[in-house]
Each structure stands twice: as structure tokens, then as C-alpha cells.
Design a binder for this molecule. Structure first.
Ligand code: SGN
Ligand code: CA
Length: 524
């Protein structure tokens, strides 16, 4: 668009109506060229359960559609979060600020929707914006032209959706419905003259891992490889690893988590299952019961104990989790097919990511929260035809903190200086900025006494080392990720690492200053 001054100058120079019309045509063309953004974001999708990342699951439980994005574009091999928990990650994505600055430190906090967010800035720049699915930020979305969200964690079957018009129950399976809504908005409900940004945010594969009708019987005869640390005794670690409450052995419920029950489920074992099963139609329930009869029979006749029971639970957990992932992947495929069929794909940047990664039996765990690799990482792939070289791989350290500024940079909108991330656009173009970050800051606030009892901690990771301070315990942990990728041996007190520990302490202090972390955030 011409600035007002330029316009006045032209007018003064005798610009005709024809000139003004040409300017309008140009601005319409420029408008049409700004890329659309599709952000597909699942909940608790472990990086190792995305086949583009390789590993043993990639052949057993491939994710061909998420991989399609990586093949068309780029895979970020070192993608991390700042605070491995649902609500906090979502607040970081929206604001480009660490938790202590956006104010959403732990689940249950209320997101201050009056603060600056990337959707608001895109909207102000003429984008149409929408969000569908999991939100989990307690306050209503702001900065969106259209939104329909799951209340809280939402339900897998026949879920409620909340919008500006109120709450409505929708028939079907949650992953399919969220996609239906986003496709309908892209096809019928947005202003086609404007570029758009849509966030498609799945509930799956979150606990309690309830598969959709299309995948209830997948993996029935598959034996999943056990992680080498399934029977970790935490000997090389500290109090936090020992005292967590997120183990397959002790925490995972046979009933609601693994769907084994008689007519009566003990109340304390109910979890969210009661909400879901109470919602199923007769037909959905019949398909479900038929699928789980075999598992219930196995449990009832197996008389499993000790390690054998943990092994069996792990196998059932993997089946359900990966069945949920299958629906996510199918629905990623639906979005990609739609974009290709309409030709929108040519000018649309598509991302796939998860709020955080997840333990699939490593250290004997499920869930997330820790700064350890399995939960610190998150999958991230992106396609952008004509900009990202198909099949590329980026190894730089990136973080969910970077997304807000990246979305703005894609749209050509100036990134506010207050945002704390880096734009990923240079990496997407295959460039390697010389001054790219060499370390990441992490802080987990929810803490002991809350669900899963993971102690508060903060820390720093470089490409090789990791230092964490469990400040309420007064315990430090240090890992050499090259020699000990599974983080089994805390080397904090090992004199051989004294120099590296000291260097990381200095780096941690520098990051805390850079990210403006007040001392009281880590006071006991
Ligand atoms: C629920 C789950 C927990 C999970 C949290 C947070 N329990 O409380 O296992 O850690 O949500 O998850 S459940 O029995 O209700 O499934 S998050 O992804 O929203 O942060
Ligand atoms: Ca999550």
C-alpha cells in the first residue's frame, strides 16, 4: 500500500484515477501473495512416534502423512520446548514469551488474553485467523476471527465444543471433528480475499489414549520393542526421578488408562473415562467393547505380576497410544489433500508439531514435565513450496518459543522486540545464521504435590551437555548427552566434568538474564 504521504505526493503530481486504481490492484495482488499458515498441533505426541524421526517405531507404526510434510519440506531434528506441559506450551506459542513473562506457568493458570499475541498481530495485518480444538488456557481465545475449542481437556467421543455462541455437543471422534471444522472454515467460512492462519489443535494422543472407531483393532498382534530403560531403578539420578508419580508400574491404571474393567470401575480409578464412556452411542460402545474384550480376557486369565505385569501394561499402552496417533496422521492427510486439491498448498506453510513430546516407557514412565530428552523435545516439521527445499533437515537448536516470531516473519509482519524467540525462516530457507543460539533455557513450574509429582526445576542444554537445578530439593544434575544419551548417570559431582559444570552454570545465569527470569521465580 502506498503511504499517505506518497499518495499525496502522487496526487500533487497530478496522478489520475487510473494511477490510484493501479495502486489498488497492486495491493490486492500483494495481499493475495502473502502465504497462508496452517498449524497442526497435537497433544503429547512423542517425537519417536513420528516416523520421519526414525527409530524402531517408524516401521511398526509409521505416520505417512506427517512424514509427507517433512518430505515436502524440512524436519527440525533438535526441536525443544521451554516448559513441558500443555497450557504453558500453548501460551508460549501464542506469545513468544517464556512462561514467567506470559504469566501461564502451569496448568490451571488463566491466560491473560489481553496481552500481545501473534494471532492478534496477524489479524491487524489483514490475516483471517481461526483456532479449532484443544486450547486449555482457561480464558476465551482472543485474536481469532473464528474459534471452537474443547472445554479443558475435552472428550474423545462426542465431545463438547465451546465457541462465542456457547457450548455444543458434536457427534463423532474428536480428531476427525476438529479437522472437519478447520476444513469447513477454510472452504466455506473465511474471507477468501485475505490470507489466513488456522490452528488445528488435536486432543490426541493425550491420556487416556482412547482410539477412534477406525483404529480400535490396529496393532492387535504387534509386539512393541521395549525401551532399554523400562526397568530403570534411578540409581544414577536424584530425588526427583525417584519420587515422580508417572510410572507405568505404579501410576498407570489398569482400568481407565488400559480400559480393563468389569461393570463397576472404582471411583479413584475412573479418570476421565467415565466422561467419555457416558457419551458413547450404543454403536460406538459396542465396537469399543468388542475391541477390548480380548485385552480384558488376557488380563483376567493372565494373573500377571511384577515385571511381567509392567511389560504387559507397556504393550497395551503402546497399542492405544499409537492407535490415537493413527487418527491424527489420517487427519493430517485430509488437510494436505484438501490444500493440494484446491491449489492452496502452493502458497500455504504447513507445520506439524505437538505441545510437547512424551515418555513411551523410557525410565519406566509415561507423561512429560522433565527436562530429560524425551519430554524436552517435541516434533516439528514444515512445508513451504518454493521456499523450503523438499527433504531438508535442520539440526540447529530450536524451541516452541520461536513459533510466534516465525509466523509473523512468514507473513511479513514485524516481530515485536519483546518476543524472545528467533525466526525459523532462515533455517527453513536452508541458511545457517552464524549467530544462532547455542543453548536453551528450560523451566518447569508445576512442581511437587501436583499431578505426577515432578519437582520444580530449571536448566540449560547445549548440543552436548545438560545442567538442571531442582531448586526446591537443592539438587543439581548434569548429563553428558554424547556419552550418556539416555541420561542415566548424573555427573554433577564428577571432578572430570568440573569445568563443563562451571561453564554451564555461567551459561544458565546468562540465559536467565537474557530471558529476564527474576530470582523469585526459582526461590524455594
Ligand atoms: C491430566 C492427566 C495427566 C496429565 C495432565 C496434564 N490425567 O491430569 O496424566 O499429565 O492432564 O496433561 S488424566 O487421568 O485426566 O488423563 S496436559 O497435556 O494437559 O498438560
Ligand atoms: Ca500435552
Amino acid at each position: 500500500m502506498l503511504s499517505r504521504r506518497a499518495f499525496m505526493q502522487q496526487a500533487a503530481a497530478g496522478a489520475t484515477a487510473a494511477l490510484a486504481a493501479a495502486a489498488t490492484r497492486n495491493s490486492v495482488r500483494a495481499e493475495a501473495q502473502r502465504p497462508n499458515i496452517v498449524w497442526i498441533y497435537s497433544d503429547d505426541h512423542a517425537q519417536k512416534a513420528v516416523s520421519a524421526y526414525g527409530g524402531p517405531l517408524s516401521t511398526i507404526a509409521p505416520t505417512p502423512n506427517i512424514d509427507r510434510i517433512a518430505q515436502n519440506g524440512v524436519i527440525f531434528r533438535n526441536s525443544f520446548v521451554t516448559n513441558s506441559l500443555c497450557g504453558p506450551c500453548r501460551a508460549v506459542i501464542l506469545t513468544g514469551l517464556h512462561s514467567h513473562l506470559n504469566g501461564f506457568r502451569q496448568n490451571g493458570d488463566r491466560f491473560d488474553g489481553s496481552q500481545q499475541t501473534f494471532p492478534k498481530l496477524l489479524q491487524q495485518a489483514g490475516y483471517q485467523t481461526a483456532v479449532y480444538g484443544k486450547w486449555h488456557l482457561e480464558t476465551d481465545p482472543t485474536g481469532f476471527d473464528a474459534w471452537e475449542i474443547l472445554p479443558g481437556q475435552g472428550c474423545y467421543y462426542n465431545p463438547d465444543f465451546q465457541s462465542a455462541q456457547g457450548t455444543k455437543r458434536e457427534p463423532g471422534y474428536v480428531t476427525d471433528i476438529i479437522t472437519d471444522k478447520a476444513l469447513d472454515w477454510m472452504q466455506n467460512r473465511r474471507d477468501p480475499r485475505k490470507p489466513f492462519m488456522v490452528m488445528i489443535q488435536h486432543k490426541a494422543p493425550h491420556r487416556e489414549w482412547e482410539p477412534g472407531p477406525d483404529h480400535l483393532n490396529d496393532f492387535n498382534d504387534v509386539e512393541f520393542p521395549e525401551p532399554p530403560t523400562l526397568f530403570d531403578d534411578y540409581a544414577g539420578r536424584g530425588t526427583a526421578a525417584r519420587e515422580q508419580d508417572m510410572s507405568i508400574e505404579k501410576t498407570m491404571r489398569i482400568t481407565s488408562d488400559l480400559k480393563v474393567w468389569g461393570d463397576e470401575i472404582p471411583k479413584e480409578d475412573m479418570g476421565s473415562w467415565k466422561r467419555t464412556c457416558g457419551r458413547m452411542t450404543g454403536e460406538q460402545r459396542a465396537a469399543w467393547d468388542a475391541a477390548y474384550a480380548r485385552r480384558i480376557g488376557e488380563y483376567e486369565t493372565g494373573n500377571l505380576q511384577g515385571e511381567a505385569l509392567v511389560r504387559w501394561k507397556y504393550q497395551q499402552y503402546m497399542k492405544d497410544y499409537l492407535r490415537c496417533v493413527r487418527s491424527v496422521d489420517d487427519n493430517v492427510g485430509r488437510v494436505l489433500d484438501y490444500l493440494e486439491k484446491t491449489g492452496l498448498d502452493k502458497n500455504t506453510v504447513v507445520f506439524y508439531s505437538s505441545d510437547q513430546s512424551f515418555y513411551l516407557g523410557e525410565h519406566g514412565w509415561f507423561d512429560k514435565r522433565f527436562i530429560y530428552e524425551e519430554s524436552f523435545r517435541t516434533p516439528l516439521v514444515a512445508q513451504w513450496p518454493g521456499v523450503i527445499q523438499p527433504g531438508s533437515s535442520a539440526g540447529s537448536l530450536v524451541q516452541n518459543l520461536d513459533m510466534a516470531g516465525t509466523f509473523l516473519a512468514i507473513a511479513g509482519v514485524p516481530v515485536p522486540e519483546t518476543m524472545q524467540g528467533l525466526s525459523l525462516v532462515p533455517l527453513m530457507k536452508g541458511e545457517q545464521p552464524a549467530d544462532w543460539r547455542t543453548s536453551l533455557y528450560y523451566q518447569y513450574f508445576e512442581g511437587e504435590g501436583k499431578v505426577h509429582n515432578v519437582y520444580k526445576h530449571y536448566g540449560v542444554r547445549t548440543d552436548r551437555y545438560k545442567l538442571a537445578h531442582f531448586h526446591t530439593l537443592g539438587e543439581w544434575e548434569f548429563y553428558d548427552l554424547e556419552k550418556d544419551p539416555q541420561e542415566m548417570q548424573n555427573q554433577y559431582a564428577n571432578p572430570d566434568y568440573a569445568d563443563q559444570v562451571a561453564a554451564l552454570k555461567t551459561e544458565l545465569a546468562r540465559l536467565r538474564e537474557q530471558y529476564r527470569v527474576p530470582e523469585e521465580e526459582t526461590a524455594k
